[in-house]
Design a protein around this ligand. Structure first.
Ligand code: SME
Length: 194
């Protein structure tokens, strides 16, 4: 990539110096504002996830306790991602899905079996992205302010689901492929429950 910097001594004519491969990224704060590339919302979101992931990699070394790890993941995601309204886990307990560590408004403690988005994630064993929760048959509304949702199942070594990460947003269509990819990577930091 080629850039040009304005140079010039006081009183002397200003001229352009072409630079090939500048030693800083397009969005570096060290670049003059005119030359700085504006990050798209998706790039900002991705960069934010990258920082969260790096921080979590450090934090998970402090404990092997599942509940503590889940609480750490939920807290960090919830407070760093502006579009997250409710962030937490539901854990399979016998045949019930019960609420685990979470951040946000009060949630349903037990989810009716085989109903709603969280159970869909368990049954399908794959991520469920719901752009409009009101259009999802059987959606369980723990808080009427939730408009869209993403559910990522946590799978054990035998590909069996044992919990889900559930995130709600107050905006319609809030979750993109970036959220899906990063959240799937983040839940893999949590080892399966013994
Ligand atoms: N909406 C979920 C229930 C959990 S809350 O969103 C916190 C569902 O349909 O399973």
């Amino acid at each position: 990539m080629e850039l040009a910097l304005f140079c010039g001594l006081e009183g002397a004519p200003t001229f352009l110096v072409p630079i090939i491969n500048p030693p800083f990224a397009d969005n570096s704060p060290h670049l003059p504002s005119l030359l700085r590339k504006t990050m798209t919302e998706e790039e900002k979101r991705s960069a934010r996830y990258e920082r969260i992931y790096t921080q979590l990699e450090d934090l998970i070394r402090n404990t092997g306790n599942i509940i503590s790890l889940m609480a750490t993941v939920a807290a960090l995601l919830h407070h760093k991602m502006p579009h997250f309204f409710w962030t937490g886990f539901y854990i399979l307990d016998e045949n019930d899905l019960i609420v685990g560590p979470y951040q946000g408004p009060l949630a349903c403690q037990v989810l009716e079996k085989n109903k709603g988005v969280c159970w869909a994630g368990i049954i399908r064993r794959s991520t469920v992205v719901v752009p409009d929760v009101h259009k999802f048959p059987g959606h369980i509304a723990c808080d009427s302010r939730s408009k869209s949702e993403i559910v990522i199942p946590l799978l054990d070594q035998n590909n069996q689901p044992w919990a889900v990460l559930d995130v709600d947003s107050q905006k319609h269509d809030a979750f993109t492929e970036i959220d899906k990819q990063w959240l799937e990577k983040i839940v893999r930091l949590i080892p399966p429950q013994e």
